[in-house]
Write a new protein. Sequence first.
Length: 138
Amino acid sequence: MITSELKIRVLYAHTDKMGVVYYGRYFEYYEAGRNEFLRRLGYPYSRIESQDIILPVIHAESNYFAPALYDDEIVLQTMLCDIPTVKIKIYYILKNSKGEKLAEGHTIHSFVNAITRKPMRPPSDFIEIVKSKMDSII
């Protein structure tokens, strides 16, 4: 498993009329965690896209346990547990500063050729980097 953490401060604009983070916003947090995860891995989205590869979301899921509130500092843990094939599954756990779990979820992405729009295997150098970082915190 490869793990990274990202701290996020909840903005007022992230909350709804009830003063809690709107449920759809969690997927934006997951995206921020995923972007930072790939950057720390040494293979940011820009590098992937420069090879005419895109990573569309083909499945997304989130379970909610407690609300995040305006100005909370939340910690997003992003994890990759398996070597990707044509698909990559990324897991997320979101906690508040007290360590209470707020939400958890995952997204599944397909490696797709940006020109042909057909699924493809990830680049071999991406797989090598993933293999070299397994069982580490980045």
